[in-house]
Design a protein around this ligand. Structure first.
Ligand SMILES: [Zn+2]
Length: 323
């Protein structure tokens, strides 16, 4: 029974998912539990007939046939589902995997592996999560391009944000670790840090502020550097500024934006480990991957997988990817 399935290692996957039916039963159980809602948006059916193969279902209301993959990023793929599950495992357990490597690991063509990676990354970013809150730190980083200038140099005070011919700006918002202290005063992380990343057209106020306001709960502590695009956010947040321009790493009130620097470093290392550098068009998906890996770093693969399944209803078509 799918309820009792436990898996942790890549070897477990082979054992608990010996065939297509086992994969589908697990996906269906994680998506819908014991219910059978019709996955087609225009139908409110809540019952289905399950075919003998244990995979296909027929909605008793609209009579359409579907499977546990219908309406997900795995739909319309002829690949065995175990290859998708293995691919997700490999994506989450490496610092970044190239389509060349994934193709070799799964025994599929590189183009197929690239398509799978795109869909999986899209799926990782499809979280229905709440706003960040508490202590939130903001920063931008710049990806691509040849020149190695630190991004601080690219910022010009009081300008409307710049366009970057060869670099793509990414805005990061991080809710920092929340601690409690034991009787000896030793800090214990009660809520691990959590990050959201957004590829933006530029780093001007008009590009950044709507994202901040949509993703950070009003009333939170919000720390940024002195970049002018953040001016005006103090109407909604306890806005703390760390003046990097003056060599400051912590302001007088003790606020720092260091937490996100380590995360950017990991992102850069991951991108450098991928053979073909992501283009601006695909960069957001890579950051979905980096953010997911960071946010769920303390969970085992099964829990990570269950999060992906519960958020899986996004479907990326090949033609949208290459258009
Ligand atoms: Zn239906």
């Amino acid at each position: 029974m799918p309820k009792d399935i436990q898996f942790k290692t890549i070897l477990d996957l082979v054992n608990v998912f010996p065939n297509e039916k086992a994969c589908h039963e697990y996906l269906a159980y994680q998506r819908w539990g014991d219910e059978m809602p019709c996955p087609y948006k225009d139908c409110n059916g809540d019952n289905a007939y399950i075919f003998k193969d244990g995979i296909r279902r027929k909605c008793t209301c609209c009579k359409r046939i579907y499977t546990a993959k219908t309406g997900t990023f795995m739909e319309a793929s002829k690949l065995p589902t175990i290859k998708w599950i293995m691919a997700i495992y490999l994506v989450l357990h490496k610092k970044g995997i190239s389509s060349v490597q994934l193709g070799k690991d799964l025994g599929v063509r590189q183009a197929t592996a690239w398509f799978m990676l795109s869909r999986i990354r899209e799926g990782l970013g499809n979280e229905k999560d709440e706003q960040l809150e508490g202590n939130v730190v903001s920063d931008e980083t710049f990806c691509g391009g040849r020149n190695k200038n630190r991004h601080r140099d690219k910022k010009v005070k009081q300008s409307q944000g710049r366009s970057f011919k060869d670099k793509t700006p990414v805005l990061g918002l991080m809710q920092t670790n929340e601690y409690s202290y034991d009787e000896n005063g030793k800090p214990i992380i009660v809520k691990p840090s959590r990050v959201k990343c957004f590829v933006v057209a530029n780093t001007g106020a008009k590009a950044i502020q709507p994202i901040v306001r949509a993703n950070v709960k009003a009333g939170s502590d919000f720390t940024s550097d002195e970049w002018s695009a953040y001016n005006g956010l103090s109407d909604t947040y306890n806005h703390q500024v760390v003046d990097h321009g003056r060599g400051q790493y912590m302001n007088d009130a003790g606020y720092t934006s260091n937490a996100i620097e380590g995360f950017w470093g990991q992102c850069k290392r991951s991108i450098n480990g991928i053979y073909v550098k992501p283009t601006r068009k695909h960069l957001q998906k890579y950051f979905y991957e980096f953010a997911f890996r960071h946010n769920y770093r303390n969970l085992g693969f099964q829990s990570q997988m269950n999060i992906i399944i519960s958020n899986m209803e996004c479907r990326l078509k090949y033609k949208d990817l290459v258009a």
